[in-house]
Write a protein that binds this ligand. Structure first.
Ligand code: NCD
Ligand code: ZN
Length: 376
C-alpha cells in the first residue's frame, strides 16, 4: 500500500517535471511530420529552352522535374524543318545532365513557306509531335510567323489528315486591339472558324489566360485542349505593377484580371482532361528583361512544379495536380503516361536571385522570394 503511494508520488513528480521542461522550452515536441506529395513524374507540354549557352543553363532545370517536354521552335532562325529539329534535338540531349532521363518532344514553326509535304514528313517522324502557329508579330521571335491565317488552311487540312497536332499562340496582333483583348479576339475571329473547318484537327490553345478561352475550350470537342502556365494561375495583372514596374512578371499573353485567374484555377483544378500543364518557361537574359523595352517571358523552370503545387494547394485541390501535370497531356498527345514518380515536400526555401555563369544571368520567377514546396 505504502509502496504504491510512493510510486504514485514519484510518477506525479516525473510528469510535473516533464511538463515544466516543455513549458520552459528545455524539451521540445518532435518536429511536425513532413508533408509530402508523390505523383507520377510530370511532363511540360510547352517550354522554351533556347540554344547555345542559355540552353545549357536552363535545360537541366526542366529535365530534373519533367520526363518529357514539348520544345517550342521559336529560335532565331526558327526551327521549320524536320532536319533542323533533329539537329536541335541532339543539342538538347547533349545538355541533359548525366543520369537524368529526359525526352525532348520536338515541334516545327509554321511559316508562309511551310508545305503540305513538310507536314507529311513531320507527321511521319517519331521525333516531331506538333506544329506551332505564331501569328506574325504576336510574341518573341514571331516575325516569321503566319500573317494570313486563312491562307494557312490547306496546311491545317494536311495536319488534320496526317494527324499531327496544331499548337496555337492565340492572340491577334492588330496594333489597335487592346492588349488585354487579344486572346478573346483571336478566338472569335479565327479559332472558332478553324475548329469548325477542321473538326478532326487536334488543337492546343497554348497558355490560356482568360475566362473566355476556358469557356471556349470546355465547349469544344475532345480534339481541343489548352495548356496553363504557373504565372497565370498565381498572378493577376496587378502583379505587373506592385510598387513599380515588374519586368519578370511580363509574359505574353499578358497577365489578366483576377476574374480570369480564378477561371484558370477552376479549369486547372477541375479534373477536366482538356487542361494540362505547360509552363511556357521562357528565359531571357536579365539585362534584356530589365530594359527600356523588356522581353516577354517568365523563366519558371527551376520552380515550375513547386508553383503549380502552390496554386493547387491554395485551391484546396492538391489531389487534382497529378492528372493535370502527369496524365492529361500525355493522353492528348497519344503518348504513354510516365511510370516513375516525383515527390514534393512542404518546406520553405528561397529562390535564387539568378541562374547562369560566364556572363549569363537569367532571373527566375519569384527570384529572392520564399516558396513553400520543394521537389526532393
Ligand atoms: C515566349 C518567348 O519568350 O519565347 N514569351 C512569352 O512571353 N511567353 C514566347 C511565347 O510563348 O509567347
Ligand atoms: Zn511559349
Amino acid at each position: 500500500m505504502i509502496a504504491s503511494d510512493i510510486l504514485k508520488k514519484i510518477l506525479l513528480i516525473f510528469i510535473y517535471t516533464i511538463a515544466f521542461a516543455f513549458k520552459q522550452g528545455i524539451l521540445q515536441t518532435s518536429p511536425q511530420i513532413m508533408k509530402t506529395l508523390t505523383i507520377t513524374r510530370p511532363d511540360d507540354w510547352h517550354v522554351h529552352v533556347r540554344n547555345s549557352a542559355i540552353l545549357k543553363t536552363v535545360l537541366p532545370h526542366t529535365a530534373r522535374q519533367f520526363a518529357r517536354a514539348i520544345i517550342m521552335p521559336n529560335l532565331k532562325p526558327p526551327v521549320t524543318t524536320v532536319d533542323q529539329a533533329l539537329t536541335y534535338r541532339d543539342e538538347i540531349l547533349a545538355a541533359v545532365p548525366m543520369g537524368v532521363d529526359f525526352t525532348p518532344l520536338m515541334t516545327l514553326y509554321l511559316t508562309a513557306a511551310t508545305t503540305e509535304a513538310d507536314i507529311k514528313k513531320a507527321a511521319e517522324s517519331e521525333y516531331i509531335h506538333a506544329f506551332k502557329l505564331y501569328p506574325a508579330g504576336a510574341t518573341t521571335h514571331s516575325d516569321l510567323g503566319v500573317a494570313d491565317i486563312v491562307a494557312a488552311y490547306p496546311l491545317f487540312a494536311a495536319m488534320e489528315k496526317h494527324q499531327i497536332p496544331l499548337l496555337i499562340h492565340g492572340e491577334v496582333t492588330d496594333a489597335d486591339c487592346d492588349i488585354f483583348d487579344r486572346e478573346r479576339m483571336f478566338i472569335d475571329r479565327y479559332l472558332t472558324n478553324i475548329i469548325k473547318h477542321f473538326p478532326d484537327l487536334r488543337v492546343v490553345l497554348e497558355h490560356v489566360t482568360t475566362a473566355e478561352a476556358v469557356q471556349f475550350v470546355e465547349s469544344t470537342s475532345t480534339n481541343v485542349a489548352a495548356t496553363i502556365t504557373p504565372q497565370h494561375l498565381l498572378y493577376n495583372r496587378n502583379a505587373l505593377f506592385v510598387g513599380g514596374i515588374r519586368p519578370h512578371h511580363y509574359c505574353l499573353p499578358v497577365l489578366k484580371r483576377e476574374q480570369h485567374r480564378l477561371a484558370l484555377v477552376k479549369a486547372a483544378t477541375s479534373g477536366n482532361p482538356k487542361f494540362f500543364l505547360g509552363t511556357d518557361s521562357a528565359p531571357h537574359l536579365t539585362n534584356l528583361k530589365e530594359s527600356s523595352c523588356g522581353c516577354a517571358g517568365c523563366f519558371s523552370a527551376p520552380i515550375a512544379l513547386e508553383l503549380y503545387a502552390e496554386a493547387f494547394e491554395a485551391a484546396n485541390a492538391l489531389d487534382k495536380l497529378e492528372g493535370f501535370a502527369s496524365f492529361y497531356g500525355a493522353d492528348f498527345y497519344r503518348l504513354p503516361r510516365n511510370t516513375d514518380t516525383i515527390t514534393l515536400e512542404k518546406t520553405s526555401w528561397d529562390v535564387a536571385a539568378s541562374y547562369g555563369d560566364n556572363g549569363i544571368s537569367i532571373t527566375p520567377l519569384k527570384a529572392n522570394e520564399t516558396i513553400c514546396w520543394q521537389v526532393q
